[in-house]
Design a protein around this ligand. Structure first.
Ligand code: ZN
Length: 346
């Protein structure tokens, strides 16, 4: 993950690259913010920049610097396969791991989950991915012991030893206590990034040993509406053509956003459709601003009194399904078929 792949957060990113360039790197840092704020993205892009062999410094543009994305180190971190990058996260028993779950049992699952969701997945998304929707995940003593052990070993590649702890608030007390020493006396060349949503449930002793960075969602939301507009038009166009391969790719793109983002997108899309219906019914102009005049003129007339209710119900069903931990892609695919059918009934 490069910083340029992250939506918004320009100020935070510039601060992070400045810290790395200055060499004043804190050995234990806590990044706080909701999943859709891109905290895990920031952590991974931060480590990629830290290890990059050819850091790029821009003299123009919004980002002052970024990793190159092409050196061996960048590639290994981007694919989460760097031997000195260790990921820790809450787990629970599953049908496959029926007792004493540990992060290492789910290492491949977590990697795939992060890559699939572009590091924007929420804790609920992760539980749904593991199929443990009703259980509470946890970071346990065995995980803390593995962190301590990883940090004590020599680095494989001779560079930084990196540990990312995702959702440290899910650490149980024994695990948290076990970890304290590593935070207090960091081993040479090691960096621990804790990526969580709230520090209220973290032990005060942990909080006091880490440097905290709060990530605000402010500027992300503004940009995501522009992102939503483009995504919506691309999706609507495909609903007319119903070419399965293209539609499936578009739905993948939509499903790769975090759960909260998916819900926001559906809310946004439904509002646009209602707006089309109301304005057309009132004889007012309605512009989607898609950049394609023919489509802009045609689409609003497709939403009529004959199908607005079907559309409304389909969106609400999809929102409900996503809220209830359904697999995003399936919910969005079903919605696509229902909207496509509804639009033909105008
Ligand atoms: Zn690089």
């Amino acid at each position: 993950m490069q910083f340029k792949d992250i939506v918004g957060q320009r100020d935070v990113i510039n601060r992070l690259t400045e810290i790395i360039d200055s060499g004043r790197i804190s050995h234990a840092q806590l990044l706080l913010g909701a999943g859709e704020d891109g905290c895990l993205q920031l952590a991974l892009a931060y480590l990629q920049y830290l290890c990059c062999e050819h850091r790029q410094h821009n003299h123009e543009g919004e980002l002052r610097a970024d990793s190159c994305g092409e050196c061996p180190s960048c590639k290994k971190i981007a694919s989460l396969m760097h031997p000195d990058l260790h990921l820790f996260f809450p787990t629970a028993t599953t049908t496959r791991v029926t007792s004493n779950p540990r992060c290492e049992d789910f290492a491949a699952d977590f990697r795939n989950f992060v890559l699939e969701k572009k590091a924007l997945g929420s804790l609920d998304d992760w539980y749904a991915y593991l199929g443990i929707d009703n259980k509470q995940g946890m970071l346990r003593e065995a995980d803390a012991a593995a962190i301590v052990q990883n940090l004590a070993m020599k680095s494989y590649e001779g560079g930084w030893k990196m540990v990312v702890i995702w959702m440290p608030e899910k650490m149980n007390l024994t695990a948290a206590n076990e970890l304290l020493k590593s935070l207090e006396e960091p081993s040479e060349g090691s960096i621990i990034l804790l990526v969580g949503e709230s520090d209220e449930r973290l032990l005060p002793t942990i909080r006091s040993r880490v440097q905290t960075l709060r990530v605000k969602s402010g500027d992300r939301k503004v940009e995501s509406n522009e992102e939503f507009a483009g995504m919506l038009v691309d999706w609507l166009r495909l609903l007319f053509k119903l070419k399965m391969k293209e539609l499936s790719a578009q739905v993948d793109k939509m499903a790769s956003m975090g759960r909260e983002q998916q819900k926001q997108f559906l809310g946004y899309a439904l509002n646009v459709m209602r707006d089309c219906f109301l304005k057309t019914a009132a004889g007012l102009p309605c512009n989607l601003n898609s950049g394609d005049q023919k489509f802009d003129a045609m689409f609003p007339t497709m939403v009529t009194a004959n199908n607005i209710e079907m559309i409304d119900v389909a969106f609400n069903d999809a929102l409900f399904a996503i809220e209830r931990n359904a697999y995003g892609k399936i919910a969005l695919m079903e919605l696509s078929f229902r909207i496509s059918k509804a639009l033909k009934k105008r």
